[in-house]
Write a protein of this length. Structure first.
Length: 64
C-alpha cells in the first residue's frame, strides 16, 4: 500500500473512533443531567469529540 493510502486509513479510522467516543460521552452527559448531577463539562467534552471526529472524517478525503 502507498504511504498516502496508509495515512488515509489512519485518519479516517481515528475520526470514526473519536466520533463514536463522543457519542458515548454524550450519552453519559444525558444520564448525568437526568440524575441532576454535574453534566456541563462532560457535555462540552462530548461536543468537542463529536466535532473533532467529524472533521477528521471529512479531512481524510484529502489523503486519498
Amino acid at each position: 500500500m502507498k504511504k498516502g493510502k496508509n495515512l488515509f486509513l489512519i485518519v479516517s479510522i481515528s475520526g470514526i473512533l473519536i466520533f463514536s467516543a463522543g457519542l458515548c460521552v454524550f450519552g453519559e452527559s444525558i444520564i448525568r443531567k437526568y440524575n441532576n448531577d454535574d453534566w456541563f463539562l462532560i457535555g462540552t467534552l462530548s461536543l468537542i469529540l463529536i466535532n473533532a471526529g467529524i472533521c477528521l472524517m471529512i479531512n481524510s478525503k484529502n489523503y486519498r
